[in-house]
Design a protein around this ligand. Sequence first.
Ligand SMILES: [Zn+2]
Length: 482
Amino acid sequence: MAEVLYVKQGLIGPKLELHIAPEGLTLVQSDTGRTDYAPICDISQVTASKRGRVADLTVTFGALRPAWSLKSVPLASAQWAQSVIAEERNALAKREKPEYSQPVRGNRLHDMCAQIIASGNGNAAVDLVDFIVAQGVLHGASDVHFDPYSDAVVVRFRLDGVLYDVARLHPSIKRQLASRLKVVSKLATFRKSVAQEGRAALKIGDRTVDLRFSSLPTIHGEKVAVRIFDPAKSIFDVADLGMSADMLGSLQRLLMAPQGTVLLTGPSGSGKTTTLYAALSYLRENKRNLSSIATVEDPVEYDLQVVNQTQVNTASGLTFANALRTVLRQDPEVIMIGEIRDPETADIAIQAGLTGHLVLSTVHARSAAGVLLRLIDLGVEPYLLASSVSAVLSQRLVRTVCTKCTGAGCEQCANTGYSGRTGIFQLLPVSDALRECVLKRRSLVELEEQVRAEHVPSLLDDGQAKVRAGVTTQEELTRVLG
Ligand SMILES: [Zn+2]
């Protein structure tokens, strides 16, 4: 888990390290031949007494353990340690408050933000960021946005794929807020004109969530977005994706095949990653004698124990294609590739699907049939494509009707009538007739005609079945499918 490590050491005196773990700060006294740890929550007092250019730092704990007395610590280090420990202790104390364990609903959230700013103490931005991000997690948001405008900073939560304004902050807080967000995520605070990405961990109650920050300069200041990765939501099960029993059975058969390529398509935020992870989890649990599963992703969104996950890093030359080549040398049985978007990756992936590997990946296209043409555009030979790809799964996410109020609107669903989401799918097995179309380089219109001729249910068909079953609504289906 992410850990921040502060080390301050002067030329003389003992070495002192502060580890900020999700559980809170850990103080480490690491001197010649001796290392001693203490969690910050046990510290009762920390004092630095100045002696010329050095100081004695005394850390006292509860009654159970003796105090640490560090002699001749460089003055700057002692003062620094004292201030960091004090700040972290305040942060820990704050997280005991109810607003860190309960979601604050409706206008109260906006009002509490206004109160924090009005309280006017120097730490308003610190408190605001902690409060808002914690609330985002407690509301089950996937993202928290801080959008700067000339007259306000608008805070938005993305809930079930839809962005909602939850607070408008006074514009005077704009600069401090952006700096604090960057400090938390370890971004370079002095760099204001470039896009940046960073990470942090946040402990809420007894769980720890992973946060990914990105900042982007706009004409009204920096826009910061925080993505929330909650391990509580990282249990992936193909049975929970929202597929009909028939489709689920077909998918499971495709996954159990010894080789082939199964491709997913859908716009960003359509649940493709969740489906891929669910498929990998299924394989891990159900495929006998499975030697190994490897992934190449950008980014790695969840840590899937037992699966070898590789993060693409274009800046250091580890592209999808390079990473994939390396992974293939180790000959895993199953390979998941985050996305096929360049000719090299397309070529390697399709070849791998023909040579004893099961390949799972995503391709950007407007329809399941469009995926096949997209790969031809990327230079894949039609004859290889026709033999390698076993099926294409197209998907979207629709919000589901709140079961607590059955759509009428209640506190649980913030009066939207919706709570949670489910997938709608088209699973297109690549039939012999479709293979023939690919080999003859038929147009998209012709491919789609063939799909219809085979009576493969469309996304709309699947969506309408879910409307009839009362799982979602016609309005929601129209919103998503247009
Ligand atoms: Zn409701």
